[in-house]
Design a protein around this ligand. Sequence first.
Ligand code: BGC
Length: 822
Amino acid sequence: MIAASALTLRQQVALLSGSDAWNTQPLPEAGVPSCALSDGPHGLRFQADAGDHLGVGGSEPSTCFPTAVTVASSWDEELAEQIGHALAGEARALGVDVVLGPGLNIKRHPLCGRNFEYFSEDPLLSGRLAAAMVNGLQGHGVGACLKHFAVNNQESHRFVVDAIVDERTLRELYLSGFEHAVKTSRPWTVMAAYNLVNGHPATQHHRLLTSILRDEWGFDGLVMSDWAATNDRVAAVAAGMDLEMPGSQGLFDRDVLKAVASGRLPAALVTASAQRVLDLVARSASTQSPTASAAGVTEIAAGPAASAAGTAGAEATAGAAGTAGAEATAGAEATAGAEGAVIPVEEHDALARRAAAAGTVLLTNDGILPLAVTTKVALIGAFAEQPRYQGSGSSLVNPTRITTARQEFRRRGIEVVYAPGYDPSGSQADPELIAEAVAAARSVDVVVVLAGLPPVYESEGFDRTDLGLPGQHDELITAVCAANPRTVVALSNGAPVLMPWKEAPAAILESYLGGQAGGAALVDVLYGDAEPGGRLAETFPASLEDVASEPYFPGEPRQVQYREGLSVGYRHHTTAGIAPLFPFGHGLSYTTFDWADVQGDHHAVTLTVTNTGARAGSDVVQVYRHDRTGVVARPRRELVAFAKVHLEAGQSKSVAIVVPERAFAFYDVVARDWLTPAGEFDLEIARSSTDIVTTVTVTISDGVTSAAETADTPPIAVTDEQFRRRLRRTLPRPRSVRPFTRDSTLDEVAATRLGRLFKAALWRAAPIDEATRNNPAELAMYEHSLAELPLRAAAIFSAGKLRWPTIDLLLRLFNGIGGRRG
Ligand code: BGC
């Protein structure tokens, strides 16, 4: 491939913006092909024709694996790698070079609308699972994209909000998962987030993108923007952001050329970024095979784009599937889409099914599970027919098939009494549906209730407003449990929920969002054909007040203050001594495990794990560090290592768990380095963040004895002064709304009459079809996204229709004659 330095400056600059929504810019005259990108992360959302970034347009069928929250609950790096491998096979079949994932932002608050797409509240678990997925993808020739870098922990105001976070919290919590994944799996690409971090847009953040990512961590790949996250491309190139996505049809090219001509932007930086685009193209070209066989692809299954599949799509596909194992594959008989579009439907569906069970968390069980096949069962809940199996937004996959729980019962020849119990997209209780469910519950031995969050409750583009399930789900569960206490509740949701009825059912399964085979996996788990292999990768708080970031989330439109510091999830609960609804790391099993011969030092913990029950099963050994040195303020307990162990009945394994050096270190903001305190530490070997089995004490003698943040620093900076001290600077004032700028959102300019007209015009021009109009989740996402869209992003998304002169003229009007309120 040609070197960037052999291209003209114009060609180099052209390379730094995509050609459309999903491809990099080809330069045919220089023999440079384009490179195809596609969402991600739990399946491909490959759009062969026109593209959109919000999941409202259709896409080619591809396997819908469980979403990240479910995969994370497996704590199984091997499984994450296998999913990455399978995704790579599908990507190659569809001609995709880079999959836009995994997403590994920290679940700072349980209400973040996109938590289903992220792994954990813990950076170690997030980083290790993300690295495994990257290895799976890239080991099979398809690039990964770690996203969203960085501190993108909410959907509210995501395009413009400035995350104010102190350096230590940034390093220890929000960056360390990325750091681990970058260093150990060497991703081809990283995506710079929409938001600002401490005053600078993430896409223009030299410290994040160059000093930390490249210089400190050794990242040698390409940084692309999130879709339309670019503010100022000159500043972005200078900061180390290489590729603007989607292509903006030259919107910024002149600025970049002018900046180079005036010497404001060194030409060498443009050449370096262009070279990274060329490197990515070359990497893709060298691994992309012309036929799918190289990726182990055997079955032709995918067809042309079907409609986007949320719950409604599920209904359509599953409805067509009929009974007894005759699940339809989307367009199986149709001819191929892009590049032959061949994917191994059966094999990947089986993997998705296994992954869904592996990520299912058995929260409580009085012994009712697993069920005997002879038990007479009532299946209650419309999710049994219209499953909630993935989240809305850019990650939305058009599945190759869907197996519902009801279909799986039928396939097994098990007759159930079925009652829908609720309207799957509504929230008001329907007394008749509940009465029917109660009658069904009374007529059987065991009841299985499927409940959870409808799609409109959690999505990209907006945050949840409370922790509750829809009222009708709570009412149904309470009524059914009263009628028949031998009830199993199986939940489908992408983030923690409250369970005011927690003590009533005989068992609770957290199925999360199980992907296309989630229904089948649930039945596997109910009957013990698969074990519920999950442990929570997040805390289920007992109430919102117990979430330390609650008073500061999601903050103001232009600023969110991370005053809770490290007090996120179990770090806060264990430090403050608050009992959660269910703790991080918790999950029961169908078998029992014994841990013996536990030994440890500061390099490793070893133990023998024995499966003492009668079934095969898996255990997760968790190692937490408790710093007893008193040198620095720290959360009571932090996960520093873990191992997933699979054991046959009666089998024993000796397990050696490496304790990384970083396990003891904290980030010292004065030394600007990771330091280890001198003194005693406990390594707590545990089944969950509240269930410590054994403690090993280790002593570190050559550590430091003082730190910038002393042990009496309050964990949460409640007062301005405390926050100022932690930030080591004065509190920044949020940017004022007026005068309007290119960064103003459509809702902000809609304070003017002209702005309102402009917003309405954009709404009319939006590609919203009948299907979207009838899909409350998609519609809500679109409304939120449009309201919060800055003018600069509207210009990028317009693909050349809205250019700066028009935007600037409008701004003059909004600020001037059109600027009068009313
Ligand atoms: C999302 C990204 C996604 C991109 C392309 C953005 O809105 O934040 O995660 O990869 O769109 O669809």
